[in-house]
Design a binder for this molecule. Structure first.
Ligand SMILES: Nc1ncnc2c1ncn2[C@@H]1O[C@H](COP(=O)(O)OP(=O)(O)O)[C@@H](O)[C@H]1O
Ligand SMILES: [Mg+2]
Length: 578
């Protein structure tokens, strides 16, 4: 698992290797200083050798300075390595998510992807920095301090034989018990982020339905879930503290007892005794730090798994198997016995046995109740999802033969849920065509009946849109999205309920303008209003994932029951309202 993360150190290998080396140097100095101190006491002070005291004192100062410089340098390297590593990892993860098909995103859920990109990476970053900084520091410290302690007094070192196993068992027991709770904590972060994501993107709906209290409750419940898992994990981790204190004080006491006896017997000197205690404390303290490091790495293990899962996910729609030279020449569309379901292994088809033959340049209306799979049907054309069986052809070739860029450049889709991004209106429109001239932009906006309202803003095309395009109305947003799609000059244009928020007159004006500006483009219009499809060349009537009728509006009005019913009810509604 960890191996898979190694490539992301790329570009930061030097600080990654320097950090532990510098730390080890620092440790050697830290261990050497108490040794010098013991000599000052035992050889310098006790024997009254003033020159030796000065000499050793200067050595001590030099050691301390070196240790300080190495310490700073190692911190600096660690900081460079950790930030670089996490930047690489985050960028790779984001790039991967960008390659995901809708089905891949559905698989993880947006909330979970957000947690993985933020909290999980931060946790891995912390573990990485601990790894290159502490993991070497603690064992080296323990090793050196043990060697030094042994040199001073072998007999007293026997105390370790009791202390170390006690500490080891405690640490192991604690970290293995805490791990599942840390896993649970990350899962709960997913839930929390899903709620945040849903609420922030749909805050208007939340307010409109006065769901604030309900949503608050939901959020508090999720946050409490995290708190509980975190508390449980940390309660267990905290248990190491009393064990550690008991071991440290117990050991110190034992050393005082046995060391005191030796001092009275004259086999141990004061300086040796003080230094020995210093080493013992260094050893035990570092053992405990090591246990913390261990717990931290175990904790981040959950995050590593979750990040690798995303990195390993195979985008189920990619350019693999496509013909890079294939160009899309016309906007004809064919569906051959298409069956489709969102769950790959289910036989419960959302679309069953769809057959369509649409000529380039036709305008096709699609009507049907909510959930009748209208959106699903058109999403198969730009390959937002792949069919289960059968095939979808565009311009005479299976959509799976085109490079994705070729296909999607030729199919412009205005989704049911319109999205604009922060930036000016002009920036947003240029998503359709990066090098669009002002004339092209204005023409597209005229075709989408957006030019007039844009010009009514004081800054015109340079008006700033908030995140998600918050400062234009729903109908205006829809028209901007249509203009953006038109700028792509597509062979196929799909409008998925894209004029639901504009009034009937504007809706009509848009359709008239489209006819004039993009007569050669095959256009799909999904609509609730029968009036929106009544001037289409042909209309598909969808019912529960099957085609109930596919004919000209005039013929459907004579022969198709569903079409007649919708027509009647809307005519009646119009009469009553009028
Ligand atoms: N991303 C998805 N994952 C799973 N099921 C979905 C997804 N999108 C839509 N569906 C289901 O597919 C069916 C058709 O949905 P849709 O095509 O959006 O209908 P329409 O656009 O006609 O209202 C519905 O039952 C819906 O619940
Ligand atoms: Mg829909």
């Amino acid at each position: 698992m960890i191996k898979k993360l190694i490539p992301y150190i790329k570009g930061y290998w030097i600080p990654t290797i320097l950090a532990p080396l510098l730390t080890m140097g620092e440790v050697v100095m830290e261990v050497y200083i108490p040794y010098l101190m013991s000599r000052i006491i035992d050889e310098g002070i006790t024997l009254g050798d003033r020159r030796l005291v000065y000499q050793l004192g200067i050595q001590m100062i030099v050691c301390a300075m070196i240790s300080l410089v190495l310490g700073i340098a190692s911190q600096w390297s660690t900081a460079r390595a950790r930030t670089g590593f996490s930047k690489n990892l985050r960028a790779a993860l984001f790039r991967k998510v960008q390659m995901f098909s809708f089905a891949n995103v559905d698989h993880f859920s947006t909330g979970s992807l957000i947690t993985r990109l933020t909290t999980d990476i931060t946790s891995i970053e912390n573990a990485f920095s601990t790894l290159i900084h502490q993991v070497f520091r603690n064992p080296v410290m323990i090793l050196f301090a043990t060697v030094m302690a042994f040199r001073i007094n072998k007999d007293l070192c026997k105390v370790f034989l009791v202390a170390i196993p006690v500490l080891g068992i405690a640490v192991f027991a604690v970290s293995s018990k805490a791990h599942p709770f840390f896993m649970a904590m990350m899962d709960r972060f997913d839930t929390l982020n899903s709620i945040i994501e849903e609420n922030l993107t749909a805050i208007r709906v939340v307010k409109a339905f006065v769901r604030r209290d309900k949503e608050n409750e939901k959020f508090v419940a999720a946050a409490s879930g995290i708190k509980q898992a975190q508390l449980k994990a940390e309660h267990i981790v905290i248990l190491t503290r009393p064990v550690l204190s008991a071991v440290i004080y117990g050991t110190t006491l034992a050393i005082c007892w046995f060391g005191g006896k030796q001092m009275i017997a004259g086999t141990m000197m004061t300086g040796e005794f003080l230094t020995f205690i210093q080493y013992i404390r260094q050893i035990l303290f570092n053992l405990n730090m090591l246990s913390m490091v261990f717990i931290m790495i175990v904790m981040s293990g959950a995050s590593v798994d979750r990040v690798i899962e995303v990195l390993d996910e195979i985008p189920d729609i990619s350019d693999e198997g496509t013909d890079p030279n294939l160009t899309l020449d016309d906007g004809s569309v064919r569906f051959n016995h298409v069956n489709f379901t969102y769950k790959k292994d289910s036989d419960n088809y959302i679309l069953s046995d769809i057959n369509l033959d649409i000529k380039s340049g036709e305008t096709i209306g699609i009507i049907g109740g909510t959930g009748s799979a209208k959106s699903t049907l058109v999403q198969l054309i730009p390959r937002l999802y792949d069919v289960n069986t059968g095939s979808v052809e565009v311009g005479g070739h299976d959509v799976r033969e085109y490079p994705l860029e070729t296909l999607r450049d030729s199919c412009a889709m205005v989704l049911q849920k319109n999205l604009l991004f922060s930036g000016t209106i002009r920036d947003n429109l240029k998503w359709g065509k990066e090098d669009a001239t002002d004339e092209e932009i204005i023409e597209a906006c005229k075709a989408a009946d957006a030019h007039n309202f844009i010009m009514s803003f004081p800054h015109g095309y340079d008006t700033e849109l908030g995140q998600g395009g918050v400062n234009v109305s729903g109908g205006q947003k829809q028209r901007l999205c249509i203009a953006r799609a038109l700028l792509k000059n597509p062979k196929i244009l799909i409008l998925d309920d894209s004029t639901s928020a504009v009034d009937t007159a504007t809706d009509h004006a848009i359709r008239e303008a489209l006819k004039e500006h993009i007569a050669d483009t095959t256009t799909f219009i999904i609509a609730q209003r029968i009036a929106s499809v009544h001037d289409a060349d042909r209309v598909i009537v969808l019912d529960n994932g099957t085609i109930n009728g596919f004919d000209t509006p005039e013929n459907l009005l004579k022969t198709n029951k569903i079409y007649q019913e919708v027509y009647e009810s809307q005519q009646k509604g119009a009469r009553e309202n009028g």
